[in-house]
Design a protein around this ligand. Sequence first.
Ligand SMILES: [Fe+2]
Ligand SMILES: [Fe+2]
Length: 356
Amino acid sequence: MLLTHIRKVLRRPLASYPLSEGVTNLPSMPIRDLRALEFSQRIADPLLVIDVQRRSFGADKDCTILTLGNATGRIESAPFWGAEQAAVAGVAAGDVGQVIGEVAEYRGKRQLKVTSFRVLPRDSVDYAGLMPSIGDIEPFWKRLDQWREDIAGPRLKAVLALFFDDPDFRQQFEQCPASPMGHHAQLGGLLKHVWEVAHIGRSIAASSGADRDLVVAGALLHDIGKVESYRWNGVFGYTDRGRLHGHVVLGSLMLDRRLREAPEPVCTDTEEMILQHLILSHHGRTELGAAVPPMTLEAEVLHYADNASAKSASMADALGDSENFTGDELVSSRSIWQLDKRRAWRGQSDWGAPGP
Ligand SMILES: [Fe+2]
Ligand SMILES: [Fe+2]
C-alpha cells in the first residue's frame, strides 16, 4: 500500500509540483517549508517522525526528543521532560503525527516546542509531502535506458538486461534512496545518483581512453546492492542484510545470483570477473568499504565518478541547509559528517557582471 503510493509520488511529473526555492519535488498539497520557519512561528502540520531519542540525565531527568520532518527538511523538537513524555509514549520513527507547536530558540538554533502530538493512522497519510523525493523519474530512466541501448557488446547488454529489463527490479531501483542520511537521501535518489555517475563516467572515459560501455555498465551495477541494503517504508533506514553485509557485498551476490539463475551463460567467466571487480572496488579503498582497490581503468573511472556524484550532492545539500549556519555567518557553524567533517562556506559573488 505504502510502496504503491510512493510509486505514484515518483511518477508525478515535476511540472505538477508548486516549486519553491531549492526544492524540486514538492507535491501538490500545501506543504510548509521547514527551512524557512522563524522563531515564535506557530505551526499545525502533519510531520513525519524521522528519529526518536530518549535520553537520561539521572534520576527523574529523562527526556524524549523527536526529529520531525517533511519533504522540505527537518526540525528537532524541544525535549519532552518527565511527565510530558506521556504525550509521545509509543511514538516511533516512521509514524506521522499531526503536530501543533511553536518554534523556539535554543543556543541560536531552532527547535519546535510541541504542544500537541497526535499519531495519524498510516493509511490516512499522504506521504507525498513527507518524504524527500527526486520527483519525476522518467527523464533519468530515459537517459539511462538510452545509454544501455547504445552499448555495442551483446553480452554486456545481456548482463544489464538481467536487472534492468526486470519490472520488479526496476520498481525497487527507482524508489530506493542512495543512502539513508547521506548523499541523495531521497525516494528515487539511487536512480538519480546512478544517472550522475554514468554521466560523469562517460565524460571521464572520453578523455581517458576508458571503455565507455563498460563504465556505463559499472555505473548501472555498482550500487544495485542498495535495493537490498536500505528500506524506505515511511523512513529511510537499513535492512538487517544491509547492516550485516553492506551494499558492496550484496551487489556482488546479486550479480552472481542472476548470472547463475540464467538458463544459459550470459557472459564469459573473464567478463563476469571484470564486472564483479567494478562492483567490489567502487569505494576505492578497503578502509572505505571496497573489497579490493580499483585495478582496471574502468574501475578507476567508476570510483571517481561515484565520488564526484556523492560529494558534490553532499556539498550542495550542506550549503542549502540553514541548520548548518548560525545567523548570517558564511562559514558553517559545524563540521559536516557527510563532507568528512569539513566545514562549508556559503559566500558568493556576481563577479560584477549582470550576465546576458
Ligand atoms: Fe557504493
Ligand atoms: Fe554510488
